[in-house]
Design a protein around this ligand. Structure first.
Ligand code: ACO
Length: 428
């Protein structure tokens, strides 16, 4: 007989099925509990709640394991490319050489965006944060491709939306950057790979040649691989829950971009660099800032430290720390902020407060240092994260739709007023 969990409520016993994943992860299926007993479960921040079963990404926070479709993040970061990883995440298998070439060509073909996007972009004040611009531009695609709104589209139709969003995102990213600078936009170049094309759109200026440095585009490609998926985090859950109402891929991804923006999620990479610069400007006394982070009366937190699921180490942070050293060396850059970061990390790793709470550097701790070395401005850091996370969001949206998952709708425990009579305004 398969394993069950027993729960006793008001003296009555209920047997709940236990579900086991392919890596022996176990869960108690409580989906019938309310119907049978009237009880729901309560779990603030979903710290202990699985919202779905998924075949895309496996992570073990205790052991520091991260795998996409069964391939280790270390293997993929070392040997693959972001476009290949995108294909793997979305379609489930590594592509053959022919299939990959077709996919890559198809992406290149769709990088151009409608000229009217320029008018929309012009409506944004130049001080707009590029994350807000990006999420808006992604939503505009529902207007340019209204057929994408149909939830019962053919697989070919859904596939076209997938290709379009993957292809156009670097153009949106680069144009959001150009708009902020007040510079003319640069058009995509179909002869260039994904990252090189985006870099030329970001950094080419009229009258000035811009040669993409392969060190820069390879480093960016690796960073995007590391960010490509991370199972049911805040932004991915947002994408799935938005899509569960049968909202289009573009609308769902746009929602994910907004969820990623916050400083406790993807916005941490911007917050980390700002924090490191503050510490440096303040004289570089890392002990003082460590003390602030530990003081419960002080709102300051060590940005880039701690993670909801990694309680040992974040495997992405290890790869990024090494990549930061490599990139800075290859580009001949000495960044004093890297020394502040390493000093903080060394102190935190031997500090009781951080050790007891299992707080380790996360993916965002060193990524900002690399982005800066690559010439990417601070307010574009989270935008780069969004670009990297795009294949994961697409894969999760597609999986949710293909599994015909029900609309996401959590319950609550109501703690407000009981029924009371309305008192007319004149009598108050
Ligand atoms: N600095 C100081 N203390 C911290 C930090 C930190 N960065 N992170 C957690 N803590 C402390 C909390 O105060 C809490 O202490 P307590 O037990 O004495 O109350 C304990 O560690 C547990 O922290 P929670 O906030 O309960 O953990 P949770 O899993 O809810 O939050 C989070 C995880 C949001 C990532 C948190 O560690 C944090 O705010 N880190 C800084 C922001 C950051 O780097 N975010 C990026 C995460 S990676 C990503 O999203 C891509």
């Amino acid at each position: 007989m398969s394993e069950t969990a027993k729960i006793i409520l008001d003296g009555k016993e209920y047997n709940l099925p236990v579900v086991e994943g392919s890596e022996n992860e176990k869960a108690i299926d409580i989906s019938q509990l309310r119907a049978q007993s009237g009880y729901i479960t309560l779990d603030y921040g979903y710290k202990n709640t699985g919202s779905t079963s998924s075949a895309i990404t496996f992570l073990d926070g205790e052991k520091g394991i991260l795998r996409y479709r069964g391939y280790s993040i270390e293997d993929l970061a070392e040997n693959s490319s972001f476009m290949e990883v995108a294909y793997l995440l979305i379609y489930g298998e590594l592509p053959s050489k022919d299939v990959f070439e077709k996919f890559d060509q198809n992406i290149r073909k769709h990088t151009l965006i409608h000229e009217d996007i320029k008018k929309i972009l012009d409506g944004f004040p130049s001080k707009s944060h590029p994350m807000g611009v990006l999420s808006s531009l992604v939503t505009t695609q529902t207007a340019f491709y209204p057929e994408s709104l149909d939830p019962s589209r053919s697989p070919e139709g859904v596939d076209l939306s997938i290709i379009r969003i993957l292809a156009k995102m670097p153009t949106f990213v680069a144009w959001a950057h150009k708009h902020k600078l007040g510079h003319p936009v640069v058009y995509p170049n179909v002869n260039m790979d994904y990252c090189s094309n985006m870099l030329q759109m970001m950094f080419k200026m009229p009258g000035n040649d811009y040669d993409v440095d392969p060190v820069v585009s390879n480093a960016l490609d690796k960073l995007l691989i590391l960010h490509a998926d991370h199972e049911q985090n805040c932004s991915t859950s947002t994408v799935r829950i938005t899509g569960s109402s049968r909202a289009s891929l573009y609308a769902s991804v746009s929602a994910g971009i907004n969820a990623l923006w916050g400083p406790l999620h993807g916005g941490a990479n911007q917050a980390v660099i700002e924090m490191l610069e503050n510490i440096k400007a303040d004289g570089g006394d890392t002990k003082k800032w460590m003390a602030k982070a530990k003081d419960k009366d002080d709102p300051f937190r060590l940005m880039g430290f701690g993670h909801r699921v990694y309680k040992n180490f974040d495997p992405r942070a290890r790869i990024i720390k090494k990549a930061a050293d490599d990139v800075l060396e290859k580009l001949g850059i000495q960044d004093p902020v890297l020394d502040v970061a390493k000093g903080l990390e060394a102190e935190a790793l031997s500090d009781d407060y951080f050790v007891e709470r299992k707080l380790y550097p996360n993916v965002d701790f060193y990524s900002g240092i690399i982005y800066r070395a690559l010439g990417i401005p601070v307010d574009m850091f989270t935008v780069m994260f969004a670009l990297g996370r795009l294949p994961g969001w697409i894969a999760q949206w597609k999986e949710m739709r293909e599994n015909s998952e029900p609309i996401g709708r959590p319950r609550q425990v109501y703690v407000g007023e009981n029924l009371r009579p309305y008192v007319p305004l004149s009598k108050r």
